[in-house]
Design a protein around this ligand. Structure first.
Ligand code: K1U
Ligand code: ZN
Length: 176
């Protein structure tokens, strides 16, 4: 397992439409998912799409367990999604303040369907169908956007997006 660098906006690779995993889920895919999970925990974050570490494959990892009411870390519950599809989305929408490891230190409100039904292959290549709500629904839709080359900034007004990109470019110049 390895912690890999996370690409940040405006890296053009983040605009790539990722390709599906063809054929079975192999040990090479599982090794990639292991690296993604370690990278996500290290960041820290609750989700990560393969393109965020420069791999244009339709693979997502997630762990939304977090902490309990007393702030105590809950046991880890890693989840893996290969070739995820949205089968159904509710008409009801919800606004959530989103963040993104590829857009450091920026949080903003995004409106998305409140609930979705998804189908995907898991770590072992088994087909799973599942309903998602709350943070799970937000996170899977956010990560599936990454598979289409979309970051959450693309849901904001052009004015807001341009201002965030200017801010990130300035911060990157200072770091360099
Ligand atoms: O970059 C990403 O795609 C991961 C992103 C997922 C996400 C979070 C919130 C709403 C929508 C999508 C993150 O993990 S941002 C970091 C974050 O939310 C977090 C970090 C530490 C602890 C808890 C949450
Ligand atoms: Zn993201």
């Amino acid at each position: 397992m390895a912690i890999r660098p996370i690409l940040t906006v405006p890296d053009p690779l983040l605009k790539t439409v990722s390709r599906p995993v063809e054929g079975p889920v192999t040990d090479a895919h599982r090794a990639l998912m292991d690296d993604m999970l370690e990278t996500m925990y290290d960041a820290p974050g609750v989700g990560l799409a393969a393109i965020q570490i420069g791999e244009p494959l339709r693979i997502i990892v997630m762990d939304i367990e977090g902490k309990d009411e007393d702030g105590k870390e809950l046991p880890r519950r890693p989840r893996y999604f290969v070739n995820p599809e949205i089968l159904w989305a509710s008409d009801e929408v919800k606004t959530w303040e989103e963040g993104c490891l590829s857009v450091p230190e920026i949080y903003d409100e995004v409106e998305r369907p409140d609930r979705v039904r998804i189908r995907y292959l898991d770590y072992d290549g088994k087909t799973v169908e599942e309903d998602a709500d709350g943070l799970f629904a937000v996170c899977i839709q956010h990560e599936m956007d990454h598979l289409e080359g979309v970051v959450f900034l693309d849901h904001l007004s052009r004015l807001k997006r341009d201002s965030v990109i200017r801010k990130l470019r300035k911060a990157q110049r200072v770091e360099a």
